[in-house]
Design a protein around this ligand. Structure first.
Ligand code: NAP
Length: 260
């Protein structure tokens, strides 16, 4: 199956965000270095990390050693909302990642109903200073996003949320699309039964695996997927999803898994 370029979303700050990236939660030390090197070798050009993952240094070394030019890789990291000094957190992230700018900096989560407006202003300031191309949030509801936008006049470019067919909610998907906010999904594999008969039938018809169908579902919707794996064969297979696309009726059948 001939693979083609990974589709991408245009972000308001000028960034181009590949809809398929590599997740790095729960991988640290040499395992993180090896996994990210493998991911870059097989073609991923988008890496997702976070201050709290404690692997930014390994991600940075893997990026440097890969030989892939920095400008070809979309790098996201995230600041914890309780950071004492978020400006310093950013400097530490940049230094560990070995770069002078991030492609995307996210507020990692919310606490209760709070929107972390002051922290958001720090992200906007970093964007103004050219240290971060685009800024966004993670684990925010649409209501929290609207409150943040109203209070600062600046809407997040991306919201990274837990997302999978079993969690699919048309209102949430449409709400992001209507606002022009990229919906970046996480933990899709963990939230999916890869033996599901619907996924199996679609996988067989396309001569791919059910994990590949699951990840392709994100791309065909315009969502971002960031599968994590430490297994080289899975890292490669999860990336090999540009040689096919799902029929509209199959996308709808997968959407319907949430209702079961
Ligand atoms: N913003 C947030 O609050 C937040 C929260 C959670 C995650 N994230 C981000 O989203 C990324 C992905 O989420 P996640 O790490 O929670 O989970 P995930 O990517 O849904 O699942 C990872 C698990 O799936 C397995 N796996 C990978 N490819 C597979 C395949 N082809 N077939 C079967 N199993 C496969 C992995 O096993 P092996 O590694 O053993 O191969 C691992 O156990 C994270 O790494 C992180 O970057 C963000």
């Amino acid at each position: 199956m001939t693979q083609t370029a990974v589709p991408a979303a245009q972000l308001p700050g000028g960034g181009t965000m590949p809809l398929l990236g590599f997740g790095t939660w729960q991988i640290t030390g040499p395992q993180a270095y090896d996994a990210v090197r493998t991911a870059l070798d097989v073609g991923y050009r988008h890496i997702d990390t976070a201050t709290v993952y404690r692997n930014e240094e390994e991600v940075g070394r893997a990026l440097a050693d890969s030989g892939v030019p920095r400008g070809e890789v979309f790098v996201t990291t995230k600041v914890p909302p309780g950071a004492d000094d978020p400006r310093k957190t950013l400097e530490t992230s940049l230094q560990k990642l070995g770069t002078d700018h991030l492609d995307l900096w996210l507020i990692h989560w919310t606490e209760g109903d709070s929107i972390h407006e002051n922290l958001w202003r720090v992200l906007l300031e970093a964007q103004q200073a050219g240290k971060v191309r685009d800024v966004g949030v993670s684990n925010y509801s649409l209501d929290q996003i609207d409150r943040l936008t109203r209070s600062t006049g600046q809407q997040p470019a991306v919201n990274q949320i837990e997302w999978a067919p079993t969690l699919y909610d048309d209102e949430v998907a449409r709400g992001h699309a209507q606002r022009g906010i990229v919906l970046e999904g996480y933990s899709a594999l963990k939230n999916t039964n890869l033996d599901d008969p619907v996924l199996r039938e679609i996988a067989e018809a396309n001569d791919v695996s059910t994990a590949q169908v699951l990840l392709r579902w994100h791309l065909d919707h315009g969502f971002v997927a960031i599968p994590k794996s430490v297994t080289p064969e899975r890292i490669a297979a999860n990336f090999a999803i540009t040689g096919f696309s799902l029929a509209a009726e199959d996308v709808a059948r997968i959407d319907a898994l949430a209702a079961r």
